[in-house]
Design a protein around this ligand. Structure first.
Ligand SMILES: *Cc1c(COP(=O)(O)O)cnc(C)c1O
Length: 500
């Protein structure tokens, strides 16, 4: 008792000497005052997002200021740091967050998620070890994710990770562990250097490169990925997949996993999960689905039927920092047979640490990711999330219609979800593919530079194209109209100046 009291006294004394003098802590009144300053900054940033350019290039002097930051010997005041952020960081965002931003697949942060972040940092639990509310909340929130995606809860397990790439990696580790187990060996012990037949993984030509990175990181090598062509609707060709599996077996290889996609980054296509589940079941393969972009699209009733079979897959990668508007970074790996996920990562042999989330993933010390996700889902509710997602899909359909009605634009693809691909192609230039390619390659930057909207370009089916992906809950009709107008204006500008 007395010891404890002494301890408390000592701690307070230490704070006054080392904490505050080191700049690592503030007195209560200062903490509150600075906290209000930060929240004022956050409010101004979020509510003023429409008044600023979507994106602007960093002037050279700003870039130099950032690059020239000296490691300080003695700390600066927090106010001074905030002032510097105001001058050189806050005005130069990536652009996501603005309703005119439709580049890559990056959403705006849900306000509830922004506000709750300081609490996660203040508590700062290690959500990999120990017995505390953070890990309990993660397990429950992961189940909410399962429910939202139509993934079965009973017997399943899941874990929050850094994003879709790591979610794919985590699921594929489980798949590989399971496949080796089926063959009577332990890949965690033996690795893939042994004499077992080479593992083969199938992906369509519309699949994401993070699957390849996973295969490389797992030591399988990218040659272990056999690419199956897609159908004209950009879905994995199930008949060709079947034939490829037979050929590979005949050649002595060991097919172990099909990595399908629910919402490709190219066109938003959703593979035929039901047919793939039948095939994988019959062939004894693990069916993984990369739903990093599209998994939550199932909340839009209009497209929900396309997800038939999602409840029969072995694993599902999802990204909370895309369509759930969770501030970056957060993904979630879901595995149907929870014991397999744990077996693929656990370091203890007893059940003592069954509740330690580090037993289900690569990371040991993990931030409190569940708090943002749980708060956002709890604030928006399933209905709120569904409205935002269905609204994005609706805006994408509007964009596709507007593009199709503009003679100078060519609609390349518009999927079931919120990705639209198009290009600037005045009829007089349509027989000059190389000119159109150069023009469209320069177009994305020209559009970005103007600061009204933000689109990115990628090559698709041998053509340079613009891609718009609508995942911002604020994007409305006026933003969609601006995307079309800006593409036309920027295209005409490039043509008239010849600067491409
Ligand atoms: C975004 C995305 C990924 C990668 O996810 P990160 O969160 O960027 O790591 C993988 N696959 C698909 C289909 C994606 O949309």
């Amino acid at each position: 008792m007395t010891n404890q009291q002494e301890g408390v006294g000592k701690r307070t004394e230490q704070q006054a000497t080392s904490g505050q003098t080191s700049g690592l802590s503030f007195e209560e009144a200062t903490l509150r005052h600075l906290g209000y300053e930060v929240i004022d900054e956050v409010t101004a940033y979020l509510s003023g997002v429409r008044d600023r350019p979507v994106w602007q290039p960093m002037p050279d002097d700003v870039r130099e200021t950032i690059r020239g930051q000296e490691l300080p010997d003695h700390g600066y005041s927090f106010e001074e740091t905030l002032a510097l952020l105001r001058a050189v960081i806050l005005p130069y965002p990536q652009g996501n967050g603005h309703p005119g931003f439709a580049g890559w697949i990056n959403s705006a942060p849900a306000h509830a998620g922004v506000l709750i972040k300081p609490l996660a940092a203040a508590m700062n639990p290690n959500c990999g070890i120990g017995d505390h509310a953070g890990q309990e909340l993660e397990r429950r929130t992961v189940q909410w994710i399962m429910e939202l995606c139509g993934f079965p809860l009973h017997g399943s397990a899941g874990v929050f990770v850094s994003g879709g790439s790591e979610a794919n990696f985590t699921c594929l580790q489980a798949a590989r562990h399971w496949a080796a187990q089926q063959d009577g060996w332990n890949v965690r012990q033996e690795g893939v250097q042994g004499t077992h037949p080479p593992f083969i993984l199938y992906q369509s030509d519309q699949g994401h490169f993070s699957i390849r990175k996973s295969a490389e990181a797992m030591g399988l090598g990218s040659n272990a990925i056999h690419v199956v062509p897609a159908t004209p609707s950009f879905q994995m060709d199930v008949d060709r997949l079947y034939r490829r599996i037979q050929e590979d077996r005949a050649a002595g290889l060991r097919p172990f996993c099909v990595a399908a996609t629910a919402g490709t980054v190219e066109t938003g296509a959703i593979d035929r999960l039901d047919e793939l589940a039948d095939l994988c079941h019959e062939q004894g393969l693990w069916l993984h689905v990369d739903g990093s972009y599209g998994a939550f699209g199932i909340l839009d009733e209009r497209v929900a039927p396309l997800y038939k079979g999602i409840d029969r897959v072995d694993s599902l990668a999802t990204d909370q920092h895309k369509w759930l508007s969770v501030p970056i970074d957060c993904g979630c790996a879901l595995v149907r047979n929870g014991a397999v996920l744990r077996d693929a990562f656990r370091v203890t042999q007893t059940d003592d640490h069954e509740i330690w989330m580090s037993e289900y993933t690569l990371q040991r010390t993990r931030r409190f990711r569940a708090l943002d996700v749980w708060t956002i889902v709890r604030t928006a509710g399933r209905a709120g999330l569904a409205r935002a997602i269905a609204g994005n899909n609706e805006m994408a359909r509007l964009l596709a219609r507007l593009i199709a009605s503009e003679p100078d634009l060519e609609l390349i693809s518009s999927g079931p979800l919120s990705i639209v691909r198009f290009r600037y192609a005045p009829p007089a230039l349509r027989d000059q593919p190389s000119v159109l390619d150069r023009l469209n390659k320069a177009l994305a930057f020209e559009i970005q530079r103007r600061g009204e909207v933000f689109l990115t370009s990628t090559r698709f089916q041998e053509k340079e194209t613009l891609r718009a992906c609508i995942v911002n809950y604020m994007t409305g009709e006026t933003d969609i109209c601006s995307m079309v107008e800006e593409a036309l204006t920027a295209g005409r500008h490039l043509l008239s100046t010849g600067e491409f």
